[in-house]
Design a protein around this ligand. Structure first.
Ligand SMILES: Nc1nc2[nH]cnc2c(=O)[nH]1
Ligand SMILES: [Zn+2]
Length: 452
């Protein structure tokens, strides 16, 4: 093969790589080599013993190879499939009410403040930095109804190098906080302006996502219009579904012509293979079949489901229905912005389901690791670009040091990689995440922007 057509190699790493594939939840590659090209894509992988051959084939010097230490490994970046960037301002508080009362009492009043761009800049910089430091290389964000603040979130994600979907929230119905809603016309026009202006920025990793808040916040007319906007622009869609019993019952009342909550979205062309719906705790098997048939996915948000006493998603049943599934923090219904917390809460929820029904097959940590990485990329239809270390994908990765000095993990002896991963997932935090890469670029520790 001609060398001249090959992309130039920017960096080569050697050490332990842990990731998931379609076939196996956990693949551990020890003494592996991985080359990243100047476009940030994985150019090759191979055994450490193949160094000389690979260096000749790909034109790099073996002396430039970056060697991981004994307690270090690379894993794919974490994918947060559902997070409200604006709600980061009160994360860790206000968890004493069920969903609908929580929205009216805390959420809508706080979100209305994002008309103020200075406030938005402060909160959005904080949430992007906090999530990146905790290993979220891809985030699917809800902003608020404010177009300019939502565009600012896109700019901040781009500036810090995070891969992101950003949604300007749409809601033309709100009976409790009357000033926090749009007219139907505003919602449509501002959504179109948001999409056009964000696409116009040509940020390489940041994309708009059509975001009806949920069925209760939107008229049927708006839902249909947003379905059409998504279709005409070939865009992703995000919303909430079947999170809480009171919500499900109200949806039934408000949309009497629909057979189910899922049918409401289906009828308005909002269930596509680029749709991600958060929660889904109360979906019937028939509704899961509709998800499977349309290619729509679910974001499992276990911290939020427990914190707001909403319910528990039966992940095993979702997986058995072959519905795409990722994990989400759902800040601030979920109090933690860290995907490591989402991993732990997903395991906890699964164990509670097993306590309730010993027949329930508990999720393994390997399965939840896959949901947090490859699963999330599939849920966002990004698995051709990210999610694991297959050649041709972007290098989105965490360099994890389980023995970081001053960190939360004590190692008594030299442990095998699987044990080290399990310790990191259960006990680790950002002190163990030495470096974060998105599309080959090191984004943690932060180097830019220099402001703030
Ligand atoms: N958890 C959660 N559920 C919602 N349903 C509609 N809006 C929201 C929200 O902001 N958070
Ligand atoms: Zn949410």
């Amino acid at each position: 093969m001609e060398n001249s057509n090959r992309p130039k190699i920017a960096n080569v790493y050697r050490g332990t790589f842990i990731h998931s594939t379609q076939k196996t939840a956990l693949q551990i590659l020890e003494d592996e080599l991985l080359g990243v090209d100047t476009d940030g894509k994985i150019a090759f992988t191979g055994r450490g013993t193949e160094l000389v051959r690979l260096s000749q084939t790909f034109g790099f010097s073996p002396t430039e190879v970056i060697q991981l230490a004994k307690h270090e490994f690379f894993m794919p970046g974490l994918v947060d499939t559902h997070i409200h960037a604006c709600q980061y301002s009160y994360a860790g508080t206000a968890l004493d009410m069920p969903l609908l009362q929580w929205l009216n009492t805390y959420t809508f009043p706080v979100e209305s403040h994002f008309k103020d761009l200075q406030f938005a800049h402060k909160v959005y910089s904080q949430v992007v930095k906090r999530t990146l430091r905790n290993g979220t290389t891809t985030a699917c964000y809800f902003a608020t109804i404010h177009t300019d603040a939502s565009l600012l979130l896109g700019k901040i994600a781009n500036d810090f190098g995070q891969r992101a979907f950003v949604g300007k929230v749409c809601m033309d119905r709100n009976d409790s906080v009357k000033h926090y809603k749009e007219t139907n016309q505003e919602s449509q026009e501002e959504t179109c302006r948001f999409i056009a202006e964000l696409l116009n920025k040509k940020y390489p990793l940041v994309r708009p996502v059509v975001t009806p808040r949920f069925a209760l916040s939107c008229t049927g007319a708006l839902l249909g219009q947003l379905g059409a906007i998504a279709k005409n622009n070939n865009l992703h869609i995000q919303s909430h579904i079947s999170e809480n019993v009171e919500e499900v019952n109200l949806v039934k009342k408000m949309f009497p012509d629909s057979e189910s909550y899922t049918d409401v979205y289906l009828k308005h062309n909002l269930l596509t293979d680029k749709t991600v719906m958060a929660h889904g705790c109360y979906l019937s098997d028939e509704e899961l079949v509709l998800f499977r048939e349309t290619g729509a996915s679910l974001a499992h948000c276990p911290n939020s489901n427990i914190s707001l006493c909403s319910g528990m998603l039966n992940v095993r049943n979702v997986l058995n229905h072959k519905v795409k599934l990722g994990l989400g923090t759902d800040v601030a219904g979920g109090y933690s912005a860290s995907m490591l917390d989402a991993v732990r809460r997903a395991l906890d929820t699964s164990k509670i389901l097993t306590i309730q029904n010993p027949e329930y097959k508990t999720l393994s940590f390997e399965e939840v690791f896959r949901l947090a990485t490859l699963g999330g990329s599939q849920a966002l239809s990004l698995d051709d670009q990210t999610g694991n270390f297959e050649v041709g994908k972007d290098f989105d990765a965490l360099r994890v040091n389980v023995a970081a000095p001053g960190g939360p993990i004590d190692l008594v002896q030299c442990e095998e990689p699987k044990i080290i991963l399990e310790k990191f997932l259960n006990l680790g935090d950002d002190r163990n995440i030495a470096e974060v890469f998105v599309a080959g670029k090191k984004v943690v520790p932060f180097t830019e922007p220099t402001t703030e």
